[in-house]
Design a protein around this ligand. Structure first.
Ligand code: NAD
Length: 352
């Protein structure tokens, strides 16, 4: 029995009646650059788009009318309640235009029979290069030098850095992004140690030494996080683990905010245990990142405290944000939605 609400039914029904069924996608958390890249890529697909600037959540989910798919980003909340409404409204596909999926109740997706896909690999180099940019900015204080010379202050006091050459860099998670980061860091002549549930043979072959997390933390001058956020590793960096690190350690997080206990990190910064901290992600970022709050009062005291430290660099989840990555994200996302709506399946790599 064919479901009369299914895309395939609508497609053939309309074809029989010499009309074309145009598949519809609702985008949430849509920014001008999303619209630009997706509209351009859509020249190859012919979907109908509706863009919502707000994130997807219970407050907006009832706005869905005839859409076949929703396309969401890192801070959209896909809990059970939202997924149930999506299913009732006839949505067939949830497409994450990102790699991480910690914001989705996957059990509920299964329970309500929706298909879900993501973009597991879009230019891992984009994120890896940003992690290195954060490290070099903090280390060589180029963010301070930039402001200083604009005020005609050419003094070097306070700008002293350190070489990455021969430093020990601990990489947590050596999947696509972690591996790209390791390759860049090796170019600086750093010693690379790593922790992953599944050590990478290619990296071992080029001298990367895998070890337990505690040993990595105690030996690293710099720690860079590249693992997904899971219930098991939530607050992986907390008081207890920071205490095991070297004094003055540098920590870079381009992965997910929940990997670091922010309050513990603030205490460690005050005690100078953490020497430099680079955050492209933040545990409460959904209320702050991707928005222009320059005329607002920010109520989150922790982010304000973090930004007040001279040795902390915060960027607002921009590590992925390159032209190449956005092209790949829009191409892969529309291809997956098209495949899933037309055939019910697509490249297993992108399915969750
Ligand atoms: P990936 O799946 O290729 O690699 C993840 C690696 O982490 C795997 O090797 C896996 O075995 C390992 N891992 C899983 N759990 C772990 C744990 N508890 N401890 C240590 N290692 C563990 O993913 P990827 O494409 O390299 O992306 C990594 C993460 O980067 C994503 O999950 C996402 O959170 C983040 N990310 C951030 C941005 C950004 O713009 N800041 C963009 C893309 C991805």
């Amino acid at each position: 029995m064919i479901d009369s609400n299914s895309v395939v039914f609508k497609y053939f029904y309309l074809k029989f009646h010499r009309k074309t069924y145009i598949m519809k996608i609702a985008f949430f958390s849509a920014k001008p650059y999303d619209k630009e890249f997706f509209k351009k890529e859509n020249e190859n697909f012919g979907f109908e788009f509706i863009f919502y600037e707000t994130h997807l959540g219970p407050h907006i989910v009832n706005a869905i009318e005839n859409e076949d798919a929703v396309c969401v980003f890192v801070n959209d909340r896909l809990n059970r309640e939202v997924i149930e409404v999506l299913a009732k409204k006839g949505v067939k596909v949830i497409a994450l235009r990102c790699a991480g999926f910690n914001n989705v109740d996957r059990e509920a997706v299964k329970e309500f029979g929706l298909k879900i896909c993501r973009v597991p690999a879009y230019s891992p180099e984009a994120v890896a290069e940003h992690a290195m940019a954060m490290l070099l900015t903090l280390n060589r204080k180029t963010h301070k030098a930039y402001n200083r010379v604009r005020e005609q202050n050419f003094a070097l006091n306070g700008l002293l850095g350190f070489n990455l050459y021969q430093k020990t860099i601990g990489v947590v998670g050596t999947g696509k992004i972690g591996k790209a980061f390791v390759k860049i860091a090796i170019g600086f002549g750093a010693k690379i140690i790593a922790y992953d549930l599944f050590p990478d043979k290619d990296l071992e072959a080029i001298g990367v030494e895998y070890m337990p997390l505690e040993s990595l933390f105690s030996q690293s001058d710099i720690v860079s996080l590249h693992c997904p956020l899971t219930p098991e590793n939530h607050y992986m960096i907390n008081n207890e683990f920071i205490a095991k690190m070297k004094n003055g350690v540098t920590i870079i997080n381009t992965s997910r905010g929940g990997l670091i206990n922010t309050n513990d990190a603030i205490i460690a910064l005050k005690e100078k245990k953490i020497g430099l901290l680079g955050l492209d992600v933040y545990e409460q970022e959904e209320k702050i990142f991707f928005k222009d709050l320059s005329a607002s009062i920010i109520e989150d005291d922790s982010i304000q405290r973090l930004m007040s430290f001279p040795n902390v660099l915060v960027t607002s989840h921009q590590a992925f944000f390159t032209k190449e990555a956005l092209e790949q994200i829009s191409q892969r996302t529309l291809q997956s939605i098209s495949d899933l709506l037309k055939t019910g399946t697509t490249d297993p790599e992108v399915l969750l």
